[in-house]
Design a protein around this ligand. Sequence first.
Ligand SMILES: C[S@@+](CC[C@H](N)C(=O)[O-])C[C@H]1O[C@@H](n2cnc3c(N)ncnc32)[C@H](O)[C@@H]1O
Length: 195
Amino acid sequence: MGKKKNLLDILKKLKRLPQIVTPKDASLILGYTGISPDSLIVDAGSGSGFLCIFLAYYCRGGKVVTYEKRPDFAKLVRKNVKSSGLKNIVVKEKDIFEGIKEKNIDLITLDMKGAEKVVENAFQVLKPGGWLVVYSPYIEQVIFVREEVENLKFTQIKTVENIVREWRVGRHTLPEVSGVIHTGWLTFARKSSKN
Ligand SMILES: C[S@@+](CC[C@H](N)C(=O)[O-])C[C@H]1O[C@@H](n2cnc3c(N)ncnc32)[C@H](O)[C@@H]1O
């Protein structure tokens, strides 16, 4: 890909079908996990491919393997990945409940129904010190995911909501009163480096 392509320009051109993880939340994943640019990342479900493209852009020395069970969305993701120009994304048309084939993973991101059912398998295939991040639009899923991560030897567990509010600055300065406030919760959990 051309060296000067800006990520936001790439994202603007992508087609969206399912709900995406926005740059506001995706950037928090990079900041809170501190993963290195040569990381191996597993992502599910791919959806429209926004999160996997975001992560692959910043981890260009590494690889993002993204699982999508629906053939129509897998096709869309492949199209979006091609349009991004990134070469370090592998799209697997597969149900992640059948198991994660990759090993020694630095980061696993889950944005899908039933994510709590993947937590145990994620723990097994993460490298010591690796991170699991679950994006949940509903608090009920956060509760299920927290139960799972707390039962395993995960450390540094936290759930956050990333609220960004713009301000209207002028003669009468005040916070914007409308706009997207809630997107989802992010649950972070790190496999202990002593495992
Ligand atoms: C909300 S979308 C993900 C959006 C994506 N994170 C993005 O930023 O574009 C959820 C996706 O998970 C997929 N999915 C749900 N269960 C799955 C499973 N068990 N294995 C793989 N994909 C799954 C759905 O088909 C859907 O495309």
